[in-house]
Write a protein that binds this ligand. Structure first.
Ligand SMILES: Nc1ncnc2c1ncn2[C@@H]1O[C@H](COP(=O)(O)OP(=O)(O)OP(=O)(O)O)[C@@H](O)[C@H]1O
Ligand SMILES: [Zn+2]
Ligand SMILES: [Zn+2]
Length: 802
């Protein structure tokens, strides 16, 4: 096997294939599949992944691999296969997929350096810059404003050579340990030989006479109140030795977690465990959908399933949504499984993540708890995969490669013949429909743990507030109840959707929202020409000046931000202490935790926030939850708006009354009759499911139909429109007559970073050739993509229709 087939780190259509390289003599046998190598590519050197080893190549004159970056493969055979499958499934580049599967730290960095080959004939400026050195980084050359033409000339004349360096970003943390090689009696001798003045040195040697085992230098210094220089003197004399030992950056110290043991299960929990145990035992793959109301004890079911998998000598992956990966959550898993757990969280530094990942690679842990990308944890003996809050959209990556962690979980579950559990109080329609068909096995938890009923939900019709002359964003009922809780010393959670981003037009008088007659989504307001557009099918109308339903003039654009709400709140109820949690206040590392702690310690009365406060929070004194504007979710230009509203209202309501104090929920809305609001009020998931399925069927949406979303972006608007039009035409021409191609139409976010964005969408049932067709279409625009900054992105499973 002297030839390696390699995927190179150059994400482009022409390079999206295997390249053959010759393995030089000295690397024969050392290079294995799944390792990173450095290979020559054009004038440069790049990182590559070895996919296969072979004896035969169709090309002759292969170039040699330059270097090997790993001792142990970074990909297992299984993960190489997962990567190939995912590349095909998401129409991505191999390199993007494989990079996404590894921790950041294993990405390559590229550097150029200048190598001075001779002292003769070099210009004075360059000679001065090198200052006697043989090498200089290219960075230094540009920083010091070197003359590019002189450099080019020197390179042409062979005076200077440019080297391309490829390095991995990974760093390992090392710590210094001190120990002694001397026997205790030798130490005693040396102590006796030391002069009487050398008390510090004596003290150290006496310590080692009693404790000969290696000790961390920093510990030694603080324990003996000694200094680094005293230690150094003894090292120089040969009495002590120092060793640099690699240690993990450990953001989660085990000793901080109190150990817990399995709780005796309730009858419901027990019934749910039986089929899971069966599958764990038989080693058969199966996907379970665990539908359990908020606070029903799903986590305990996960914990005990994992425990069983571990007892069988297997490993477990648990995915939790990014924003739910709170210290509370980590505590539950570390508490049960201690040092068997690695945590892969995006808030960790690249180094910390790399270390956690390596614990998996080295088989030092058996459980991984993490966000989306933890699904690629390099376990080789998986026994169970769990996805908590399976309805969360953060499991879908909205960037290349556009993969859904659920698909990867199910694929890996098949490879390892192990069960996958999808858990949620509000499963996606897709998953619940599959469970109804028997593709997934449905497991239900219908009761709350404390046997308390779900908190009562009161709907406040904001149209009435307006009619009563209340123009503030707080209804009278909400204001009264907030004041009541403040008096009682209880806490309140106020929820506002998003960061004030909304695009629809609504009548404040009657709640009427202008929708597309064809697509059942709210029309999007376009300020520049005062028009309303459907961004699915491009239906368009001019912005009306009065409500089409009640003729009121109060029809307008809808939206407020958290900051505005905070201001209004402190004006209305000045004595309230408010913690605001949104993207702006949680940007800094650790601020998320800090704000939550502040609220948890009751240093504030009201937690005001966006999506990120909707889940996972478990505070005993929260007895009131207020949803300020349910409408801002309900009328997002997205066919999943109703589903998202139902999910969110249910989750937010679940934050109240989780312990002994009963909870109450106030939902303010202009659409109290909307079915997703009504079903959420009574916690009726099945009712919502049935109704929403009918809507999806009528308007041809998933799960009845599949969607493909193609978004085109370019600084020139005309070019974007032309390209999108062409793509839509090509799709319509080559797909079957059953497929419905919609668009082109402006994306709801019409301009991002100075690029105009247009999109087209395909609704279809069965188009086996679609991938091939789309690939060909993208290839058709290849030159524009490469040279003219055109972007075409294809999403075969769109969630964010923005
Ligand atoms: N068998 C049990 N006996 C006693 N307490 C339990 C048991 N199972 C779970 N609990 C406790 O009940 C509470 C709610 O459980 P948990 O948080 O797991 O619910 P959940 O279904 O995950 O809720 P959510 O969807 O809101 O996150 C927790 O405090 C948990 O420790
Ligand atoms: Zn109206
Ligand atoms: Zn439409």
């Amino acid at each position: 096997m002297n030839i390696a087939k390699v995927i190179v780190d150059v994400p482009a259509t022409q390079t999206n294939r295997l390249f053959d390289y010759n393995i030089p003599e000295y690397l024969l046998g050392a290079i294995k599949e799944g390792m990173r190598v450095i290979v020559p590519f054009g004038p440069r050197k790049v990182m590559g992944f070895v996919m296969e080893l072979t004896d035969h190549s169709d090309f002759d004159q292969l170039k040699d691999i330059v270097d090997l970056m790993d001792v142990v493969p970074v990909f297992t055979k299984e993960l190489l296969d997962v990567g190939k499958w995912l590349t095909e499934k998401t129409l991505s580049f191999y390199i993007s997929v494989f990079q996404a599967m590894l921790p950041q730290a294993l990405k390559a960095t590229y550097k150029k350096e200048l190598h001075k080959l001779t002292n003769e004939g070099l210009s004075d400026a360059l000679t001065k810059m090198f200052a006697g050195r043989e090498f200089m980084s290219y960075e230094e050359f540009t920083e010091r404003k070197g003359d590019y033409r002189k450099l080019q000339q020197a390179v042409q004349e062979g005076l200077i050579e440019i080297n391309y360096l490829v390095k991995s970003k990974e760093t390992k943390k090392k710590e210094t340990f001190i120990t002694t090689n001397l026997k205790p009696f030798q130490l005693e001798e040396e102590i006796a030989n030391l002069s009487n003045q050398a008390t510090k040195q004596k003290q150290l040697l006496e310590f080692f006479a009693e404790h000969p085992e290696p000790i961390l230098q920093s510990k030694l210094v603080s324990r003996l109140h000694t200094s680094r220089s005293t230690i150094k003197q003894l090292i120089d004399k040969g009495f002590l030795v120092e060793n640099k030992v690699e240690v993990y950056r450990n953001p989660y110290q085990e000793e901080n977690y109190e150990r817990t043991t399995a709780l005796p299960l309730t009858e419901e929990q027990h019934n749910v465990m039986i089929p899971i145990y069966e599958n764990l035992k038989s080693g058969e793959e199966a996907v379970f959908l665990l539908h359990g109301v908020t606070g029903s004890g799903k986590t305990e079911v996960y914990l005990q399933s994992i425990q069983r998998a571990l007892e069988n000598g297997k490993e477990a992956i648990v995915l939790v949504p990014e924003i739910a990966l709170t210290p509370q959550m980590v505590k539950r898993f570390k508490g049960r499984f201690g040092s068997k757990v690695a945590v892969l969280h995006s808030a960790l530094s690249a180094g910390e993540k790399y270390d956690e990942w390596r614990k998996v690679q080295r088989k030092e842990v058996q459980v991984v708890v993490g966000a989306r990308s933890a699904i690629f944890a390099p376990f080789e003996n998986l026994g169970i995969i769990i996805i908590d809050e399976e309805h969360e959209t953060s499991y879908k990556q909205e960037d290349h490669p556009r993969y859904h962690a659920r698909d990867v979980a199910i694929y890996r579950g098949e490879q390892h013949s192990c069960p996958v559990i999808l858990g949620s109080a509000t499963p996606t329609l897709e998953s619940f429909a599959r469970a109804q068909k028997g593709v997934y096995k449905l497991l239900s938890l219908t009761k709350r743990m404390n046997n308390a009923s779900m908190p009562e939900v009161q709907l406040i019709d904001m149209r009435n507030e307006l009619h009563m002359g209340n123009r503030s964003m707080f209804s009278i009922a909400l204001k009264d109840k907030i004041e009541d809780r403040l008096e009682k010393g209880e806490q309140i959670v106020l929820f506002l959707n998003r960061r004030g981003y909304s695009t629809f037009v609504m009548c404040r008088d009657c709640g009427y929202v202008i929708e597309c007659p064809h697509c059942d989504i709210a029309l999007t307001y376009h300020r520049n020409n005062e028009s309303l557009k459907c961004h699915y099918c491009s239906y368009e109308m001019t912005m009306p000046t009065s409500c089409p339903d009640c003729e009121s003039k109060t029809i307008r654009y809808f939206g407020t931000g958290t900051q505005k709400v905070e201001e209004a709140l402190t004006q209305l109820i000045p004595q309230a202490r408010v913690v605001r949690m949104d993207v702006d206040t949680t940007r800094r590392k650790g601020s998320h935790e800090k704000l939550l702690n502040q609220f948890g310690n009751h240093e504030a009365d009201i937690l005001l926030g966006t999506q990120m406060i909707a889940k996972g929070l478990d505070f005993p004194t929260v007895t009131l939850v207020g949803v300020l504007a349910a409408d801002s979710l309900l009328h997002l230009p997205d066919f999943r708006a109703s589903e998202k509203t139902f999910q969110l209202l249910t989750q937010v309501s679940g934050r109240a009354g989780r312990h002994t104090l009963p909870g109450e929920v106030i939902v303010q809305t202009y659409s109290p009759d909307h079915y997703s609001v009504e079903f959420a009020k009574t916690y009726n998931y099945e009712g919502f499911f049935k109704k929403e399925m009918e809507v999806r069927k009528t308007f041809h949406y998933p799960p009845y139909y599949y969607l493909t979303l193609i978004t085109v972006a370019h600084p020139n608007q005309v070019k974007v429109i032309e390209t999108t039009k062409k793509i839509a035409q090509l799709l319509a021409k080559h797909l079957s007559s059953e497929a419905n191609v919609l668009g082109p139409t402006p994306s709801p976010l019409t301009r991002i970073k100075d690029r105009y964005r247009y999109q087209c969408m395909v609704k279809y049932k069965n188009e086996p050739n679609q991938r091939k067709i789309i690939k060909r279409i993208v290839t058709f625009f290849e030159d524009d993509i490469r040279q003219n900054d055109l972007q075409i992105s294809v999403d075969l499973q769109p969630y964010q229709l923005m």
